[in-house]
Design a protein around this ligand. Structure first.
Ligand SMILES: Cc1cc2nc3c(=O)[nH]c(=O)nc-3n(C[C@H](O)[C@H](O)[C@H](O)COP(=O)(O)OP(=O)(O)OC[C@H]3O[C@@H](n4cnc5c(N)ncnc54)[C@H](O)[C@@H]3O)c2cc1C
Length: 471
């Protein structure tokens, strides 16, 4: 007997050995149990603050494995979590006691250069995708750290360096294959299972397990980008300048604004080590011959302490910060969308940013306008098409002893800015904050999501996520 393997509907579920053995035999991939070697490694998440102990981890290698695992979880009333890249802040790629469907062995990628499309299996990271598409001069709009999973990032929306030029990741999603709660594998696209396709573009992992994604690639190869750092004395004028540029500048130009402490590592001159600074990390995808002219006014706004912007292969820009943020650090974050960034709000930012509690802690504002605004508010589940900025305030540190301090800082910073926000946040940058915050993230799209949920997952099998309750 395997004791207390899961707890669901307030019932302790005990599975007998034969049931588990026959599930194991149905899988091509590994089934990892708490006593197995490799269990501790397999259960680790990107966020070191989250410590989950699943009863079973099914390392699925294909859609058939995923179907078997979904059926097994449903039939045995197991709590079920789905893991893509394992990067989720509150650890929603895992659970205690239940079954984790770990998609990480599903790494297949097929680029079709003639059609300009990319088929990506559910266990890929964005680094895998960049590696596969770059030789063809293509890229899929994605996030800022290459170790992030394609699955979670895409299903929540996906913002990154190419958002202003080519839209959110979901705006470049053409189709998905997914396993539903009843164990069937279906495709969803603009032509097939349209409501499901509407819901997975922003509605997270609520509707099933996506085994593969079909994306449109965009012609992106070498870009002009990288970070520029300014001393805090220039932060207010740089932030105002950046705001105006993002609101009015060409869509080929993107750049996220951040407050950072300069890490004491070799790539930065020693005199800047551990100084708090304002940073914009740029990505210009326009004609390379125009780049210097585009960047001239940026370089004139205030003297930069460090300027790393220049021609760079897109995958190199995309993975530039991977080394500074390895897996296993303690993470806590709060987020909000903003339509405006008033001078008053900028003053509040400066006040809180000057107290960054640890070297890794940061605040980022990501542009979400341009091409992302050309998709209607109700065309996908992502409802904040009028918002211009996505804010995330992040306490990060290797040492759990600093958690309390950095969580307090992040909460106070978030509370100060929240009254200026559009009301809700990007689901992929929230902690586990309750139903009201999930509803605020979707606004009037929530009711439609709840209807799709009721149709495809009426018993809420897929509930380890920013959960939409069946309506
Ligand atoms: C360092 C870091 C940088 C980040 N940068 C960005 C960024 O630039 N842009 C951005 O948009 N976001 C960014 N994020 C947020 C990121 O989008 C979320 O953390 C996202 O949840 C990660 O997806 P994952 O597959 O790695 O996570 P997981 O923890 O594996 O999963 C997250 C959620 O998605 C569900 N899920 C994952 N894959 C599937 C699937 N195939 N089918 C069904 N459900 C699935 C899971 O069940 C879970 O609920 C970043 C996060 C981190 C930690």
């Amino acid at each position: 007997m395997i004791g207390n393997i899961s707890r669901t509907n307030n019932r302790a579920q005990v599975l007998d050995e034969a049931t588990v053995t026959s599930f194991k035999e149905a899988l091509r991939g590994e089934l990892i149990r708490p006593d197995d070697r490799g269990y501790d490694e397999a259960r680790q998440l990107y966020n070191g603050m989250i410590d989950r102990r699943p009863g079973l981890i099914a390392r699925c290698v294909d859609a058939a494995d995923v179907m078997a695992a979904v059926n097994f979880a449903r039939d045995n009333h197991l709590l079920l979590a789905v893991r893509g890249g394992g990067h989720n802040g509150p650890g929603l790629g895992s659970c205690d006691d239940g079954l984790v469907i770990d998609l990480s062995p599903m790494k297949g990628i097929r680029v079709d250069p003639a059609a300009g499309t990319v088929r990506v299996e559910g266990g890929c990271t964005w680094g895998d995708v960049d590696h596969a598409t770059h030789p063809f001069g293509l890229a899929v709009p994605t996030g800022f750290i290459s170790t992030t999973g394609v699955g979670g990032l895409t299903l929540g929306g996906g913002l990154g360096y190419l958002t202003r030029r080519h839209g959110l990741t979901i705006d470049n999603l053409l189709a998905v294959d997914m396993v539903l709660a009843d164990g069937r594998l279906v495709s969803a696209s603009a032509e097939e299972n349209e409501e499901l396709f509407w819901a997975v573009r922003g509605g997270g992992g609520n509707f099933g397990v996506v085994t593969s994604f079909l994306f449109r690639g965009s012609p992106v190869s070498t870009v002009y980008g990288g970070p520029m750092f300014w001393e805090m004395a220039h932060a207010a004028e740089v932030m105002r300048f950046w705001r105006d540029l993002i609101l009015t500048g060409p869509e080929e130009l993107n750049g996220w604004f951040g407050f950072h402490t300069v890490p004491p590592v070799e790539m930065f001159p020693q005199e800047h080590h551990l100084k708090k600074m304002a940073v914009v990390t740029w990505c210009y995808t326009g004609d390379p011959d125009t780049a210097e002219a585009i960047f001239q006014p940026i370089r004139e706004v205030a003297p930069a302490a460090m300027d790393f912007a220049g021609p760079i292969p897109f995958p190199a820009l995309q993975s530039m910060f991977d080394g500074l943020y390895p897996p296993g650090l303690q993470w806590y974050w709060n987020a909000d969308f903003f339509t405006e960034l008033s001078d008053e709000a900028i003053d509040l930012h400066l006040n809180h940013a000057s107290q960054l509690p640890t070297v890794h802690s940061t605040m980022h504002l990501y542009p979400i306008n341009g091409a992302a605004h050309r998709v209607g508010q109700n065309e996908t589940a992502w409802s904040y098409r009028e918002a211009n900025f996505a804010e995330v305030i992040v306490g990060v540190d290797p040492d759990p002893a600093n958690n309390e301090r950095m969580i307090q800082w992040a909460k106070a910073y978030w509370q100060a800015l929240h009254p200026y926000s559009a009301g809700g946040a990007y689901v992929n940058m929230m902690m586990d904050e309750g139903q009201d915050r999930v509803k605020a993230a979707y606004r009037d799209n929530y009711a439609r999501l709840a209807q799709v949920k009721a149709r495809y997952d009426p018993h809420n099998l897929f509930r380890v996520n920013q959960n939409v309750r069946p309506g």
